[in-house]
Write a protein that binds this ligand. Structure first.
Ligand code: ATP
Ligand code: MG
Length: 165
């Protein structure tokens, strides 16, 4: 499944449209280059969950937690050298918290995931198409996400076409 957004606001709108589908314990992995929009997506998700604090890229901490409709654990594992450091994150504890776990640069943790996850791969479109265009490839891993495929697709399309704000 693939879609595009043409602005940061629309990427936030996609995240907001996906938020009602999130259940306790869900894991969202975000991959893509620097500046692809992983944090922007997480900000949209957090706002829709009712988080009032500003979500930023955690520079000195690897994980930040926020309270909302569901608790949100935001991890950015870009700076991690190896899997050992991921394990030091107490990942199992975060996964076992009935929260939503959102991981930027998430591929490194895939071997440690005991469960299904939603994987969003974001990349910049060719500059000819517009500098603000982002291409999202969505992979639904596991039965729990596959069973939500239609709802996910509908949410992504509606968010990507949301009125610019
Ligand atoms: N369609 C779009 N979707 C998301 N962000 C966009 C879009 N168009 C432009 N942008 C801009 O691209 C930048 C995305 O930055 P963001 O911090 O979210 O990237 P990131 O993937 O988290 O990078 P990093 O790997 O450094 O954490 C922001 O400045 C945002 O305004
Ligand atoms: Mg980021």
């Amino acid at each position: 499944m693939q879609f595009r957004t043409t602005s940061a606001a629309r990427t936030r709108a996609v995240a907001a449209a996906l938020e009602p589908l999130l259940e306790p314990g869900d894991v969202v992995l975000l991959s893509g280059d620097l500046g692809a929009g992983k944090t922007v997506f997480t900000q949209g998700l957090a706002a829709a969950l009712g988080v009032v604090e500003q979500v930023t890229s955690p520079t000195f901490t690897l994980a930040q937690s926020f309270e909302g409709r569901l608790r949100l654990h935001h991890l950015d594992v870009y700076r991690l050298e190896n899997l050992g450091e991921v394990l030091d994150l107490d990942l199992p504890e975060l996964l076992d918290d009935d929260a939503v776990v959102c991981v930027e640069w998430g591929e490194v943790v895939i071997p440690e995931l005991p469960r299904d996850f939603l994987h969003l791969r974001i990349r910049l479109a060719d500059p000819d198409e517009g500098v603000d265009v982002r291409i999202f490839d969505i992979e639904l891993v596991g039965q729990s996400w596959r069973s939500r495929a239609l709802a996910v697709e509908t949410a992504c399309i509606s968010g990507a076409e949301a009125a610019p704000c």
